[in-house]
Design a protein around this ligand. Structure first.
Ligand code: ATP
Ligand code: SF4
Ligand code: MG
Length: 326
């Protein structure tokens, strides 16, 4: 449910967000650059799950890091609850970070292999300078483990002693340790077996509802995003090509339609995993003029190859395509 009691319904607003990466120059070659994220506007409504979907390399993780200011933007802005993140000094950013946390695809990447579950879950409190006595630490640890469905007996375990699903529960508990209101979930189930994936999605749903959290949920699986998210942002090669204001909105962009062939079913027995997308993704360092999807699009016209389509502004269902589908 959107929080209508607040004057600004969006917890996060990004405008014209752009991040350019440069490749190291080869011995004789020129230094090349590419926009991993290009002129992206993103609204994340309070208390809702906003999905970002697109194929590998389209800029999802770069967008996630920009939104949390874990990396700097080349241009554009991000406002979190009305505050321009770029305007904050390091101390202000550290304070705000309590409110915004990230869950990664591979929890190993975020949990030190030398840490026990106990240490991993209490570390965010320590880093933020919160001094808790032994009793308060034990209470907090038990509450966090219970919240994510981890057996308390695992508190002394190391990451390599845990299953993939248990590790991801630790990753989620760690993200919740500072009681944030915004979570960026970057493919949190992509490395898990399908049945475990469904359990983690159910856990994330429960936490979102019980704690009134706002999620930015990143996935390459449109079926999963349609199952889980209230609204969906579709990216292709660094740009937003379509925004579906509800999960039920029928996509009109040819790329989104092609992505629809991958379907998420909570019941693994019912699941159909097919992603059929033909044609090569263009080299991001040498993007063609016009629509970046033209080489793969069955509807491409001469206009598509010369003129880049802009994202429409006139309705909440926004799309960037010269010949949208019915
Ligand atoms: N630090 C970096 N330096 C140079 N290029 C980068 C860097 N980070 C990302 N890129 C490039 O930016 C593009 C977008 O990468 P990004 O990781 O954001 O994509 P993604 O959509 O998250 O992909 P995946 O689904 O594989 O996680 C890719 O071409 C990638 O190679
Ligand atoms: S603008 Fe043209 S090439 Fe691009 S998606 Fe639309 S129809 Fe296809
Ligand atoms: Mg990624």
């Amino acid at each position: 449910m959107t929080d209508t009691s607040h004057p600004n319904p969006n917890l996060v607003e990004a405008r014209a967000l752009t991040r350019v990466f440069s490749s190291r120059a080869s011995l004789f070659g020129k230094r090349r650059s590419m926009a991993a994220v290009s002129s992206v506007d993103l609204d994340v409504p309070r208390g809702q799950v906003t999905g970002v979907v697109g194929e590998s390399g389209c800029g999802k993780s770069t967008l996630a890091r920009l939104v949390l200011r874990l990396i700097e933007a080349s241009s554009g802005s991000v406002h979190f609850d009305g505050t321009d993140l770029a305007s904050l000094p390091a101390s202000g950013l550290r304070t705000l970070r309590r409110r915004m946390q990230m869950v990664f695809q591979d929890p190993y990447a975020s949990i030190d292999p030398r840490y026990t579950v106990r240490t991993a879950l209490l570390e965010p409190l320590r880093v933020q300078g919160m001094r808790l006595d032994t009793q308060a630490q034990a209470t907090r640890l038990a509450a966090l483990m219970d919240m994510v469905g981890l057996n308390p007996a695992l508190a002394g375990s190391y990451p390599h002693q845990l299953s993939g699903g248990q590790k991801q529960r630790v990753g989620i508990a760690r993200a919740l340790a500072l009681e944030p209101d915004f979570l960026v979930l970057d493919e949190p189930t992509a490395s898990l077996d399908v049945s475990i994936q469904a359990q983690i999605i159910a856990l994330l749903e429960k936490l979102q509802q019980e704690l009134g959290l706002t999620y930015l949920f990143i996935s390459h699986d449109l079926g999963l995003v349609r199952y889980f998210c209230n609204r969906i942002v579709v990216m292709y090669l660094g740009r937003v090509v379509e925004i579906l204001p509800t999960a039920q909105t029928a996509p009109r962009h040819p790329y989104t339609r092609a992505l629809m062939d991958s379907t998420f079913e909570p019941d693994p027995q019912q699941r159909r995993v097919v992603t059929l997308l033909h044609g090569e993704i263009p080299d991001a360092f040498h993007l063609p003029e016009g629509c970046a999807y033209a080489a793969r699009c069955p509807n491409a016209s001469a206009r598509c190859r010369s003129e880049q389509p802009e994202l429409t502004q006139d309705s909440p269902h926004r799309l960037a395509c010269h010949h949208p589908l019915d």
